[in-house]
Design a protein around this ligand. Structure first.
Ligand SMILES: NC(=O)c1ccc[n+]([C@@H]2O[C@H](COP(=O)([O-])OP(=O)(O)OC[C@H]3O[C@@H](n4cnc5c(N)ncnc54)[C@H](O)[C@@H]3O)[C@@H](O)[C@H]2O)c1
Length: 412
């Protein structure tokens, strides 16, 4: 049997979920991949996973503390999975692409569109594949939501209303630094949602936005506050570290952030849908994570389900997933969830592996990641210019005022 030899670059926070994805694949019987190297600037992280790999998969993997070292070694691999801070995406991925390795990289594709273009060109020039990891749409619930809208359960989609309102006073390391992260939560987390909406509704044509930084102080030392109400509030939409609660009286070690903490945007989709997208991590009090798409015959409220014309909840979120599975063929189900895989990371890893073996097409390509990045950055560009921007102009690099500063500082 053919085996894909894979190297891992970046064994930090998100690799915990990637690891679970590889384990789920293994548990469901997939044996066509092998991890031959773990690489992290913090070698102890690479070593920890090499040890786990030996325990779970029964095989040895090499460890490296830099991509250069890994590429110069004799260890065999034909593909690399990269999950590192945004400012390094183009640097480390292009080293691998130039060495003729296929690359799958965490979102956002790059810290700017210019850097993303360089990566895409580099992949083409070297005849290898560059894929983005954008996992949210692979979830059963999101597949069901997309199916519901496409099947006409809410009629003709009209209005998308998104409130992503919370408070984050704690410091999130490199994510609070513009020249490493690129943007705040609108870019970092928002890009996932942009991908979900465009997967359902198609492209965004124009964006009009404003941004603010209400509070640029974050605290490195904090104590997490755990109450039942908070846990419930967090699980209401989606668990994410971006909205964990902390004890206000125990915040210590302040640091300054040079990023926005709030944006408010109007999204005009190509199909006529009007979206309002409000993001804040500076809002005290009630958490609000309402994601709602309304149409001519009803609405889809994420986590709740389908409301009919008269505002009655007619299909719950859980029922929607069951209905979706009942309405697709066994072949379609196997295509979307091979061998019953459910973890989103496992599903995107599987797509990449199956694609490299010529068994299927890629769904979430670098081009998809580029378009998602353009819409997220259109918010920043519009806020900077104080006028509406066409996503097409952001994609063509005609509008890049906000990103030009990043490109200049990072010499992109
Ligand atoms: N899909 C998701 O839901 C999701 C969630 C979180 C993060 N992410 C993305 O994953 C990426 C990493 O985020 P994270 O939260 O894991 O960050 P992190 O800081 O927790 O981990 C990054 C790791 O990469 C290592 N590293 C940094 N530069 C390196 C280099 N040049 N070579 C080798 N190792 C290097 C660091 O030592 C660290 O261990 C980002 O692109 C982020 O946006 C995606």
């Amino acid at each position: 049997m053919e085996t894909l030899k894979l190297a891992i670059v970046g064994c930090g926070e998100i690799f915990i979920s990637h690891w679970d994805g590889y384990v789920e694949q293994y548990e469901k019987g997939f044996r066509d991949f092998e991890i031959t190297a773990f690489c992290d600037l913090d070698i102890t992280r690479a070593e920890e996973y090499a040890q786990k790999y030996k325990e779970v998969f029964g095989k040895e993997a090499a460890v490296f503390k830099s991509v250069d070292e890994m590429l110069n070694s004799t260890v065999e691999f034909s593909a690399v999975s990269i999950q590192i801070p945004h400012n390094e995406h183009h640097i480390e991925s292009m080293k691998c692409l130039k060495a003729k390795k296929h690359v799958v990289i965490e979102k956002p594709l790059a810290i700017t569109l210019k850097a993303a273009r360089m990566m895409m060109d580099c992949a083409k020039e070297n005849g290898v594949t560059l894929k983005i990891m954008e996992d949210y749409r692979y979830a059963l619930s999101e597949r069901a939501a997309a199916w519901a809208v496409r099947s006409g359960l809410i009629g003709q989609p009209r209005v998308l209303n998104v409130m992503d309102i919370a408070l984050r006073q704690w410091s999130w390391d490199w994510r609070d630094e513009k020249y490493i992260a690129g943007g705040g939560w609108t870019l970092d987390g928002g890009i996932h949602f942009v991908d979900l909406w465009m997967n359902i509704l198609g492209g965004v044509k124009r964006v009009t936005a404003v941004s603010r930084c209400y509070d640029n102080i974050r605290y490195k030392k904090f104590i997490k506050k755990k109450t039942k109400a908070n846990e419930k509030a967090i699980s209401k939409y989606r668990k994410t570290r971006s909205i964990q609660f902390v004890e206000r009286e125990n915040l210590e070690d302040p640091v300054e952030s040079n990023l926005e903490d709030t944006t408010s945007a109007i999204l005009e989709f190509e199909n006529g849908v009007l979206g309002t997208w409000v993001v804040s991590r500076a809002a005290t009090g009630r958490l609000d994570r309402t994601f709602c798409l309304s149409g001519s015959e009803g609405s889809l409220l994420w986590k709740d389900g389908i409301y009919d014309y008269n505002n009655d909840l007619v299909i719950s979120w859980e029922e929607l997933q069951e209905e979706f599975l009942q309405n697709i063929t066994k072949e379609e189900e196997e295509f979307l969830f091979p061998h019953g895989l459910r973890k989103t990371m496992a599903l995107e890893q599987r797509e990449f592996i199956d694609f490299l073996f010529g068994r299927r097409e890629l769904e979430v390509t670098a081009e998809v990641g580029y378009r998602d990045l353009a819409v997220a950055y259109a918010v920043y560009e519009s806020a900077e210019l104080k006028q509406s921007v066409l996503v097409e102009d952001v994609m063509n690099l005609k509008v890049a005022n906000y990103q030009d500063d990043i490109n200049k500082v990072l010499e992109i």
